[in-house]
Design a protein. Sequence first.
Length: 151
Amino acid sequence: MERNGSKLKEVWRQEKIPVVFRKGKGTPLLVKLPASPNNQYWLKDSRRNLPEWSKQYHCWSAPKAWFEDTVKRTLDRWGKVYVIQPYRTQQKCAPACWNALGVICECSCMGENHGSGDPSGKWHIVSDAFAVQWGEMSYACRLIVPNDTQP
């Protein structure tokens, strides 16, 4: 999965492989397809509404509810698709680490929270040995090919 902003721009600007961009809450899908005169109707499929052309992004704008079906149909037609979507990193630590007296730390904080008593942040304590905190949202991209979608 790619998290580099310049790589995301490169993926978005290329024109050979379709791109489905799921931005997040309250925003439509952005769908870039290789040039074809029937793309609007292909994307609509059997749905009631037509997707709209976004002059700003040079792509189709469609309801977010179309995401799953659009990715699957795009794979069927073009054989691969880039998906760009939001993600948040997850930090794992634990009260056992925060309350530790020694210097040995084996959790993912790599000692940053070790012995701190109660680190700042919005930690969700699951047990004395496990707590999680979500980082800031950013975007990630991956190229999906048919083998990725099979169980």
